[in-house]
Structure formats: C-alpha cells, structure tokens
Design a protein around this ligand. Structure first.
Ligand SMILES: *Cc1c(COP(=O)(O)O)cnc(C)c1O
Length: 364
C-alpha cells in the first residue's frame, strides 16, 4: 500500500483506558478511571433530558452559555475560554497549533499518557523529563528546554502520582521557559484542591500559560466529553481557528452548563472525596502500604515490589474490584486507586487487608 501515515503517527501506542468489567463477576467496583462515585448533579441530568427535545438542531458554535457559566463560577473572562470535546481535545489543539516537525514537546516521567500522543500526532518530538520522587521537577524541566521547545505539559495535581507543585514553582517554570514555548497547566483534578485557582492568576499575569479543566472528573460527566482551556486572548484566538465549529454536542453543552452552576454538588463531591481519600490512605498506610499525599481523587499506593503490586491487583480482581496498573507510567510497583464513596473505600481497603493477611500467612 502506498498510503503512509505522517511522521510520528505510527509511534503512537494506542491509549488503554481503565478496565470496566471482570469475567464472571457481578457487582464490579470500578476504581480504575478516576470517575466521580456520585455521578453528575441532578440539574445536569435534567438539562440533558430537556436537550433531547431539540436534537434535530445544530448545537451552538460559540458555546456562549457554557463559557458564561464557567466565567461566573470561577471568575474567569468568558472571552478567554475555549471549550473542547473533553479537555483532551483542547490539549490536542494546543499541540496542533504550536508544535510540529522539528519541535519538542516536554512532559515528565510519570506524566499523563496522552501527552506523547499529542506530540507524535503532530510530528513533534516527545521529550520525557525526570521527576523528583514522583513530583514534577521544575529545575529538570527548565534544564531540558531548548530553542525547539514549544509546549510543556504538566498536570497539577498530577495523574497518576496525585502530587502537586506550588504557586512559586509554577511561576518559576512559566518565567524560565524559552521564548515561544507555552506552559500547559492541565487542571483535570484542580477542583479537588480547596482554594487552588488551577493557574488562573498565572494565566492572567503571563502570556505564555494556558490552563485546561474538565467536566470528566469532579463534575461526573466523563461520558459526555466536555472540557475547556483558559489563556490570553491571542492564544485563544489561535486555537479557535482550528477548533471544529460543532465540537460540542447540544446535550453536552446543556448538561455542562447546569453542572457548572450546581456549585453545591461540586462542593459536596470535593469534601467527601477529601474525607474518604484521607481515610483510605491512612488505612492502607497502616497495612504497610504508603502513598504520597494526594490532592486529587485517587491515591497511588506503593508496594514493596512489582510482584506484590501484581498479586494484589489479581486478588482485587477476584473480589470484583478494578484498580489501575501503572507500569506503563514507569511505576510498576504501584497501583492507582480511585477514591470511591465510603462503602467502596471500605470494600477496597478490606480486600487489600485480606491480601496482606494472606500474604503474611504465606510468609510465616
Ligand atoms: C482525566 C484526565 C484528563 C481529562 O480528559 P478529558 O478529555 O477531559 O476527559 C486530562 N488530563 C489528565 C491528567 C487526566 O487524568
């Protein structure tokens, strides 16, 4: 066949999502994709149903209603917001607009698996930078920058580590980038961090920063695909040119707008998550399984070895519990466990306790 993909395309390894079923097991508990155990707000579901009556109409192309809602709730300028089909689409548009052949796209060692895909899909070179003890290392990132660096992706909090860097580090990173490089602050989990502005002030005080947010995590709307980016006007104007005019469906826009305005639901999800997460991390630590302090809706549990992590994963599967293997993220001795509701957290801790008990018996 004479048809060839563009350079980089065949270097992309297909993304593997979290598992969602176990053969022969009913009542599966899915803690593998960082989904909100409470689901979306009731208001969002009602808006979705209402939108079903006008499905013959094309959706809004300017997303004005949703951008206004986001602006009201987070104090952002709606003119500087771009909405995407999941934040993934915004992250991809950034690479499309700013990185191509001969350019470099930076991200860190345990960074989100989609970042190299965005680079390769656009013919740019993915550059992996080391972290320091599972935390983004600003010095290492700055040291890795060259004249070819065009995009730097970091998630804050990061997935799958759950760790964060502080305001001063983010500022140092933004200010230290070479001319022509853009810092992308992926804020997929930002709403879980009380009092964190997700990079808003950095965006508003610099012209080389874009933050992205999603409705897939705390808003419980992963199935609908909605996200957004926030940057200065010129950057948004560049991205708008490559955005598809109907990239968000009308039901998605309606549900997202209602979800955004239901701040009580968001707040309930945030506080419950923090409570269950801290309980689960503490209970697992007591079982001899440490994790870094997480600011997100999952914890990265460390085992003594890759074998132990795999064995625990196998045991959880027999109990119908799905967690995320993260060997592909360079963390073979870890499991990433999404914070569920109280009953789910108890169920997974109980099962891991069983596993540790069994293992102790075998060791004895
Ligand atoms: C889940 C996640 C996203 C969200 O992607 P969507 O396309 O908005 O569903 C983005 N970045 C990271 C690091 C994530 O973990």
């Amino acid at each position: 066949m004479g048809i060839k993909a563009q350079p980089g395309v065949m270097d992309i390894a297909l993304y593997k999502g979290g598992k969602s079923h176990v053969d022969g097991v009913e009542n599966v508990l899915k803690l593998s994709s960082n989904e909100n155990p409470f689901g979306p707000s009731v208001a969002a579901k009602e808006a979705l149903v209402r939108a079903s009556h006008t499905l013959h109409r094309y959706p809004s192309t300017d997303h004005a209603g949703l951008r206004a809602a986001i602006g009201d709730v987070w104090g952002l300028d709606p003119e500087r917001i771009i909405c995407g089909n999941g934040s993934g689409e915004v992250l991809m548009m950034i690479a499309q607009a700013f990185a191509g052949k001969g350019d470099e796209v930076l991200f860190t060692e345990h960074g989100f698996a989609m970042y190299p895909i965005y680079a390769n899909a656009n013919g740019a070179k993915p550059v992996v930078v080391s972290e320091r003890e599972r935390v983004v290392d600003v010095d290492a990132l700055l040291a890795a920058c060259t004249k070819k660096t065009k995009v730097v992706y970091i998630a804050n909090p990061a997935n799958p580590t759950g760790t964060m860097i502080g305001e001063a580090d983010m500022e140092r990173l933004a200010d230290g980038l070479p001319d022509g490089a853009i810092l992308v602050l992926d804020g997929a989990y930002a709403e879980y961090v009380g009092g964190y502005d997700a990079g808003k002030s950095l965006v508003e005080s610099r012209n080389n920063v874009i933050m992205t947010r999603t409705f897939s995590k705390i808003y419980g709307l992963g199935g609908l695909r909605i996200g957004y980016g926030y940057a200065n006007q010129e950057i948004i104007d560049m991205l708008m040119r490559i955005r598809g005019p109907f990239n968000l469906s009308a039901p998605a826009l309606a549900a997202a707008e209602a979800a955004m305005r239901d701040v009580a639901h968001t707040e309930k999800c945030r506080t419950d998550n923090a409570k269950q997460r801290d309980w689960m991390a503490g209970a697992l630590a007591e079982l001899g399984l440490p994790s870094d302090t997480s600011t997100a809706n999952f914890i990265l549990v460390r085992f003594a070895s890759e074998d132990e992590a795999m064995a625990c994963n196998d045991h959880l599967m027999t109990q119908g519990i799905l967690v995320r293997l993260v060997a592909g993220y360079g963390l073979p001795n870890c499991l990433r466990i999404t914070v569920g509701d109280e009953a789910s957290c108890r169920r997974v801790v109980h099962a891991i306790g069983q596993f540790k008990g069994t293992k102790k018996d075998l060791d004895a």
